[in-house]
Design a protein around this ligand. Sequence first.
Ligand SMILES: [Zn+2]
Ligand SMILES: [Zn+2]
Length: 301
Amino acid sequence: MIKSKPEPKDFEKQSVQYLIQALDLIRSNEENFEFIEDCDVRKEDYWEYHQGILNNSLTLLFLSLENYLKKEICRVSPLLLLAGEPKKWGSAKESKKFSELFIHQFDDLLVLYQELGLGELTPQTKTKLEDLRIKRNQITHGVTEGILTPNYVIETFYTVAVHIWGPRKWWDQLKNHVFNEPLFGIYDSDHEKASVTTYVEFLVSYLGKAKSGEMLGVNLKQRNYYCPSCHYWLNHEYDVTDSNYAILSPNTPTSKNLYCVVCDQNYEVERENCQVPDCKGNVIGGDGYCLTCWSEQDENR
Ligand SMILES: [Zn+2]
Ligand SMILES: [Zn+2]
């Protein structure tokens, strides 16, 4: 018999960990960019020199996708993941641990994923995945061709997130993982929850709001507002960054419901004109803040 079989959640955990690391490798390097630009070094040159970081990031993204496929196939049965003829598994004679056996390679996982009806791939997605596979093989063989850019890595992530994982799913998993981290909340859990805003900011900086919104399952091309909670917590002690990815839902002139994709909450808002003369905002929320310009409204006026 085969012992210690994995469960889908085991692969999901690995998939999301690899994804976070893939993104963080690029993100953490970009934190230095103000300094780099001060030294008159162009971003392109920086990344051309640091191909190793992008190679690692792309490899992690590939591993994340591979583990996602394993998770989906494992939902049907973990035995489907095993390569080779079952009679050669050796489990008929003696007990074997699942981890002692060989698992299918990426290409085979992809075939199983489609043949089991777990998901369909468009021709464009297939082309993108084939390109990813080739690049990843070049990296493993130490013979890379051409220059890898962060845009390529993020665009690949976009394809995978929208066309394989499906909009928003990766986002919920990423947040769950971050919020369950043992050190989470030691400093200030409201602040830390809001700090995942930086992932949205990062994606928007590369992909723009249309594609980022597509990945998050929300229309960010609509007018965006400050989130009364996320923006408050991120900036109430120190100014960290804006959290302004909330949208009216439904998107109507009288809508009084604001939805934030960072905290996944709906907020009731007032539709009144902002008191700041230059601000055209008319969505007031939180403790009386204009959610367009974040100025506090005087309630006695
Ligand atoms: Zn929020
Ligand atoms: Zn305003």
